[in-house]
Design a protein around this ligand. Structure first.
Ligand SMILES: NC(=O)c1ccc[n+]([C@@H]2O[C@H](COP(=O)([O-])OP(=O)(O)OC[C@H]3O[C@@H](n4cnc5c(N)ncnc54)[C@H](O)[C@@H]3O)[C@@H](O)[C@H]2O)c1
Length: 302
């Protein structure tokens, strides 16, 4: 297959690297408004450059859109009108209205997905399989300050990953209410989800990088680190004993064996499989737009 990557900045470069490592990919072609940036990435990773988006779309079977979020809609519309399958980086668009416009512009049957990368993190799938009746969920995504200009608040930039996990992995179809506090760079949201509540926080001001998922159920507590891909399950002791007047509690802690994989590699493989007639890509544009609706609800609750 020939694949294209539009936008060769921080994230686009990763798409080029991973695509070029996949056996199904014969050629990677890149386009960036900054021709020097495109040429640098192409020469380092063995890709070829295209002189324009149209030239790229003429040549490739599928494309990743990795331009800054404010340009997702305009770029995706051009890709849609060329009828080329596309994977759009998250968040799908700069707002719900733009997302709905894109849904309307999409030709029927054209493969299009959103790069909500945590869906492809093996830890998230593993935890989802274990969870049966959560009482409390906590998701944290804290980053050191970055010089990257995203054009979006911390909700669309970072929290959107955990919004996606809540809405489409842990609690699909569950009615939710949300309250929130914070601002552009640090934000906390509290979701009521039936009998459970979930605390989600995101920050672009932290001195420590955190990506964690914590779930309490009646019989077990699950703790996952989405970066190291480690999962621990804590179970209540069968009994408490006394030792010299002190209570002794024999907690059972299991470390789950998770098959460590790079989420972007799993995501891009799933995309190419969908393009070549395999299973549908799991993150739909409609889900990406739903994530933006939830982001709006959080902002309205601030
Ligand atoms: N999945 C993730 O975890 C993750 C992480 C970071 C960024 N992202 C997303 O990836 C996208 C890109 O972010 P980034 O950090 O790589 O940005 P970036 O600023 O590092 O790179 C963007 C690149 O796009 C180019 N560009 C801008 N407008 C263009 C256009 N119209 N046509 C072609 N090229 C254009 C720029 O010259 C630049 O090289 C954003 O939507 C962002 O939200 C996702």
């Amino acid at each position: 297959m020939k694949v294209g990557v539009i936008g060769t900045g921080m994230m686009g470069r990763n798409h080029v690297r991973v695509f070029s490592e996949l056996r199904a990919v014969r050629e990677v072609m890149v386009f960036d408004l900054d021709a020097d940036a495109a040429a640098a990435v192409a020469s380092t990773l063995g890709a070829t450059t295209a002189p324009s988006i149209e030239a790229l779309l003429d040549r490739v079977d599928a494309v990743s859109i990795c331009v800054p979020t404010p340009y997702h809609l305009a770029t995706a519309e051009r890709v849609a009108s060329a009828g080329v399958p596309m994977l759009i980086e998250k968040p799908v668009c700069a707002g719900v209205e733009e997302g709905e416009r894109l849904l309307d512009a999409l030709p029927r049957g054209l493969v299009a997905g959103v790069g909500q990368i945590e869906r492809f993190n093996p830890v998230v799938g593993e935890v989802a399989r274990m969870v049966s009746d959560p009482l409390y969920v906590e998701l944290k995504r804290h980053n050191p300050t970055s010089s990257r200009i995203t054009g979006t608040s911390v909700i669309e930039d970072l929290m959107i990953h955990d919004i996606d996990i809540l809405a489409h992995v842990l609690f699909p179809g569950v009615a939710r209410r949300v309250s929130a506090a914070g601002g552009e760079d640090v934000c906390s949201a509290l979701f009521s989800l039936g009998d459970c509540h979930a605390q989600v926080s995101a920050s672009r001001k932290s001195s420590k990088k955190i990506r964690s998922l914590y779930i309490e159920e009646e019989e077990a507590t699950i703790e996952a680190d989405l970066m190291t891909q480690e999962v621990y399950v804590y179970r209540k002791p069968d009994r408490y004993t006394q030792n010299g007047g002190r209570y002794v509690q024999d907690n059972i802690i299991e470390k789950l064996l998770v098959n460590r994989l790079e989420p972007l590699r799993v995501e891009l493989q799933a995309f190419l499989q969908a393009v070549t007639g395999g299973p549908a890509f799991p993150v739909t544009l409609a889900q990406g737009v739903e994530n933006l609706r939830i982001a709006n609800a959080i902002r309205a609750a601030l």
